[in-house]
Design a protein around this ligand. Structure first.
Ligand code: FAD
Length: 382
C-alpha cells in the first residue's frame, strides 16, 4: 500500500493551486455578486490544459485520470468554488469519452479541452430530481432523426453551453423500466432549444445554471451516445459514479479553504488579551475540522483511484460524496463562527464559502440518495 502522490500528481496539484491563487482572489467576489460566468478564467484554465484533463490526448486533453481531475478540482475550490466550477465546462464529456463513437469523440471533445466550447448534462426535470427514471423528456424516432421534447431543470452551464448531453426517454415501450432511456447530444444552436438562466442561487453563483426547454428539436440519430438505444440509464449512473467523486473533491476543497481562513483569523484576532486561537475550545474545533477534511480527502482519493483502475465502486463514490458534503457544510460553518460578526459580512470570503459549500449536499445526488446507495449495497434487497 502506498499513500504517496507521484511526482507528476504533486506537480499537477501545485500548478492548479498556483493558477487558482493567481487568478481567482481578485475577481471571485465580483463574479459571485454579479452571478456571472468567469469567461476569462475559463479560457486561461483551458490554455493551461486544466479543462477536461481526463480527455484522451488524441482528442486534445491531457489524458490524465479522474484522480488528477479531482485533485485539480479540490485546489480550485480551495480558492473559490464559483470560479472553480469553470472545470465543469467539460461536464458530460466523460460520457462521450466512455461511450461515444469515434466521430463524436473527434467532433465534440477537442473543442471542450481547448476552451472553444462548453458542455453540460441535462438530467433533472421539474418532476424528476432524485428519481431520474421519472423523466418525461422524449426523443422519438423520425427516420434518421430524433425529435426531442421536454424541459430540464437546474442544468449547470445551461445558458452558456454549446452542446448538452440530454437524458431522454428513447424507448417508451421497453419492457424493463431501466431500458427506456438514451443520452443524446444536442447542440444548443438547434431550433427549438430555449435556455433561461436561473438567478438568485445561494452559492456557486459564478457557475451558470439554467432551465432548458426542448420544443420539437430535431437531432440526427448519430447524436445518440452509445451504439444502442436503451442504455442511457446505465451511462448516467456511471457518470454519477465519477462525478460524485469530483463533487467530493469540491467539498474537500471548500472545507480546506475555510479551514485555512479560520486558522489565519484565529491567530490574528485577539480577545481577552490573547489570540482567540489560544483558547482550547477553538483549538479543538480546528483539530476536528482538519481531521474531517483529511478523512474526506482520503476517501475521495480512494474512490477516484479505483475508478482509474476500472474498478468503479458506486458505494465508495457515494460514501466519498456524502462525507465530503457533510464536512464541507460543517467546516465552513465552524470557520464562519470563528470569524464572529465579520464572518457574516460579504467582505470576508468565508461568508461566500459557507454559501457555496451547501451545494455539495445537493447536486450529483442528494446526501439522502448517497446514503440509500450505501445502505442498499450493505443490506442488499430487503
Ligand atoms: C446549482 C445546481 C446545479 C445543478 N446542476 C445540474 C446539472 O448540471 N444537471 C442536472 O441534471 N441536474 C443538476 N442539478 C439538479 C440536482 O442534481 C437536483 O437538484 C438533485 O438531484 C435533487 O433533485 P430535486 O432538486 O428535484 O430534489 P428532490 O428529488 O425533490 O428531493 C427533495 C428532498 O427529498 C429527499 N428525497 C427524495 N427521494 C428520497 C428518498 N428516496 N429517500 C430519502 N430522501 C429522499 C432528497 O434527498 C431531498 O432532500 C443541479 C442543482 C443545483 C441546485
Amino acid at each position: 500500500m502506498n499513500f504517496e502522490l507521484s511526482p507528476e500528481q504533486r506537480d499537477i496539484k501545485k500548478a492548479a493551486r498556483e493558477f487558482a491563487e493567481g487568478e481567482f482572489p481578485e475577481v471571485a467576489r465580483e463574479y459571485d455578486r454579479r452571478e456571472e460566468f468567469p469567461y476569462e478564467i475559463w479560457k486561461k484554465a483551458a490554455d493551461l490544459g486544466f479543462i477536461g484533463l481526463f480527455i484522451e490526448e488524441q482528442y486534445g486533453g491531457a489524458g490524465l485520470g479522474f484522480l488528477e481531475y479531482a485533485m485539480v478540482m479540490e485546489e480550485f475550490w480551495r480558492v473559490d468554488p464559483g470560479c472553480g466550477n469553470v472545470l465543469l465546462t467539460a461536464f458530460g464529456s466523460e460520457l462521450i469519452q466512455l461511450y461515444g463513437s469515434k466521430h463524436q469523440k473527434e467532433k465534440y471533445l477537442p473543442p471542450i479541452a481547448k476552451g472553444q466550447a462548453i458542455m453540460g448534462t441535462a438530467i433533472t426535470e421539474p418532476d424528476a430530481g432524485s428519481d431520474i427514471t421519472a423523466i418525461a423528456t422524449t426523443a422519438l424516432d423520425d427516420g434518421d432523426w430524433y425529435v426531442v421534447n421536454g424541459s430540464k431543470q437546474f442544468v449547470t452551464n445551461g445558458s452558456i453551453a454549446d452542446y448538452l448531453a440530454v437524458f431522454c426517454v428513447t424507448n417508451p415501450d421497453a419492457q424493463s423500466r431501466l431500458e427506456r432511456f438514451g443520452v443524446i447530444l444536442v447542440e444548443t444552436s438547434r431550433p427549438g432549444v430555449e435556455a433561461t438562466k436561473i438567478t438568485g442561487k445561494m452559492g456557486i453563483r459564478a457557475s451558470d445554471t439554467a432551465e432548458i426547454r426542448f420544443n420539437e428539436v430535431r437531432v440526427p440519430k448519430q447524436n445518440l451516445i452509445g451504439e444502442q438505444k436503451g442504455k442511457g440509464f446505465y451511462q448516467i449512473m456511471q457518470l454519477f459514479n465519477i462525478n460524485r467523486v469530483i463533487a467530493a473533491a469540491q467539498g474537500v476543497g471548500v472545507a480546506q479553504g475555510a479551514l485555512e481562513k479560520a486558522i489565519r483569523h484565529t491567530k490574528q484576532r485577539k480577545q481577552f488579551g490573547r489570540p482567540i486561537a489560544s483558547f482550547q475550545a477553538i483549538q479543538h474545533k480546528i483539530a476536528q475540522m482538519a481531521t474531517l477534511v483529511e478523512a474526506a480527502r482520503c476517501l475521495y482519493y480512494k474512490a477516484a483511484y479505483e475508478i482509474d483502475r476500472k474498478r468503479t465502486d458506486p458505494m465508495l463514490s457515494a460514501m466519498a460524496k456524502w462525507l465530503a458534503g457533510e464536512v464541507a457544510v460543517k467546516v465552513t460553518n465552524d470557520a464562519l463562527q470563528m470569524h464572529g460578526g465579520y464572518g457574516y459580512i460579504a467582505d470576508y470570503d468565508v461568508e461566500r464559502f459557507y454559501r457555496d459549500a451547501k451545494i455539495v449536499e445537493i447536486y450529483e445526488g442528494t446526501k439522502e440518495i448517497e446514503k440509500n446507495t450505501i445502505a442498499r449495497r450493505i443490506l442488499g434487497k430487503i
